[in-house]
Ligand binder design. Structure first.
Ligand code: AMP
Ligand code: GLY
Length: 439
């Protein structure tokens, strides 16, 4: 098979790394890809949002399967266009992708089908949003309706903070059209968890659990980022909790969509707050998480491409190697530590040479997933290439270990051997899993 993977982050590198292991695959293309992906796939210079150029490329190159990494092309309808043209593509349609591209759509769907989530109100008008916030008079969460690169959620301790968030989104329009509507919802308390599943709109198969680290600094301090590291499995997500989330949240969501003639196929990622009242939905994503994917896929022993094809063809119940609904997993825990550019998630510089990669690539149980990197040919050197930074999140250094502690130690030993000017990374990725595992 000839496979095209759309996107350029660490998630896409991990997908390609795993897809390359499938016996079904002969050749992989990546659009646009990154420096590290160039060793496993042919990178083509088409942006992930340029649906029509991607469609033209996939037709011309007789691509058998297209895999979409990021949410933007999904929410713009790439799956609808490819399907119309008779091309196989993995991911939800534009309508189904509204679960992520419109938080108002997702919340209203949850209300209609009694799916547990925080109480909320939706506003098109900033004055009414502020009146509601004042009337409630307690901490709340203000969310921009549309896509805002993971930055459109403000958890507010005071009425003033919430009013300010409404102003930023609706008056100053910091997220553009994404802030035309806002959702004001109750603040939930508890432990956060994510669950990522395959579904063909009938059958659901969960991936191993994982936990992201959203803040830039240790101990969850500082600004929110795309994700500074992840580990899998996450001890907070017990098999009982997974079962409960699937029964009370995932199946009702897919069935609810089905009642409205929306058939969800692809990956569904549910962000959960485990409250005293049970698990409640914080958000849906319609794609693999980044960097969760980097910590999950090294543990997957089942064939990812086969799972994707079965999903597209609505034959997920035929997935092989399952026991009681499980895929085949490497039991060893996995940790991914993200190395980022100085200044990220704010402004940062690019083109800093990255040192130490050849050395850590030889280390056992270590995998280096590239995100914002570029490969540059060099003459008069024993090495044909060098890598330079080309984004905020640069590398996801990933390690497997016999215990979570072992995985953490191995991964940090590798991280410490890499460097580029201004490199930043969190030193506490996975620490919480060690504490929870001990308890
Ligand atoms: P999201 O981008 O929707 O995942 O939201 C970002 C973060 O905001 C989540 O990971 C939670 O930590 C927090 N959050 C979102 N909604 C709520 C809520 N209703 N109550 C408390 N925290 C929330
Ligand atoms: N790691 C969170 C996300 O992919 O949205």
């Amino acid at each position: 098979m000839r496979v095209l993977v759309i996107g350029s982050g660490g998630r896409e590198h991990a997908l390609i790394w795993k897809i390359a292991q499938s016996k079904l695959v002969d050749k992989i293309f990546s659009a646009p890809g990154n420096g590290g992906i160039t060793t496993q796939a042919e990178c083509i210079n088409i942006k992930a949002e340029d649906i029509f150029s991607l469609l033209e490329f996939a037709s011309r190159e007789r691509i058998d399967l297209t895999v979409v990494g990021p949410e933007l092309p999904l929410s713009s309808g790439i799956v609808d266009e490819f399907t119309k043209a008779g091309l196989k593509i993995f991911g939800p349609t534009k309508q189904a992708a509204r679960l992520e591209s419109s938080k108002a759509f997702a919340k209203e769907l949850m209300r209609r089908y009694e799916i547990p989530t925080a109480d909320f109100c939706i506003f098109d008008n900033p004055r009414e949003a502020k009146r509601y916030i004042n009337h409630k008079g307690r901490p709340c969460v203000v969310k921009a309706d549309g896509l805002a690169a993971g930055k459109g959620v403000v958890v507010c301790k005071t009425v003033e903070e919430a009013e300010r968030a409404v102003d930023l989104m609706m008056e100053e329009r910091i997220f553009g059209e994404a802030g035309n509507r806002v959702i004001v919802e109750d603040c939930l308390e508890g432990e956060e968890a994510s669950i990522i599943v395959f579904t063909d709109s009938r059958k659901v198969i969960p991936l191993a659990s994982s936990q992201d680290h959203k803040r830039i600094y240790d101990n969850d301090r500082g600004a929110n980022t795309g994700g500074m590291g992840a580990y899998s499995p996450a001890p907070v997500v017990t098999p009982e909790l997974t079962h409960r989330i699937i029964e009370t949240i995932i199946y009702p969501t897919i069935k609810g969509l089905g009642e409205e003639n929306i058939f969800y196929k692809g990956i569904l990622y549910v962000g959960i707050m485990v409250t005293a009242d049970g698990p409640k939905v914080l958000e849906f994503n319609v794609r693999f998480g980044d960097p969760e994917t980097q910590a999950i896929l090294p543990r997957l022993n089942s064939d990812l491409v086969e799972l994707m094809i079965l999903t597209i063809e609505e034959r997920l119940e035929q997935a092989r190697g399952r026991e009681a609904g499980d895929l085949l997993w490497d039991k060893r825990p996995c940790v991914c530590v993200v190395c980022s550019s100085a200044g990220y998630p704010g402004k940062y510089e690019k083109n800093k040479e990255i040192f130490g990669l050849e050395e850590i690539e030889k280390m056992s149980d270590i995998i280096v997933f590239h995100a914002g990197t570029k490969r540059i040919p060099i003459s008069d050197s024993p090495l044909p290439y060098k890598y330079v930074t080309n984004g905020g999140r640069v590398l996801g250094i990933t390690g497997l270990g016999n215990t979570i502690k072992d995985a953490i130690e191995k991964t940090y030993r590798a991280v410490e051997r890499v460097n580029f000017d201004g490199m930043h990374y969190r030193k506490d990725i996975g620490r919480r899993a060690v504490t929870l595992s001990v308890i």
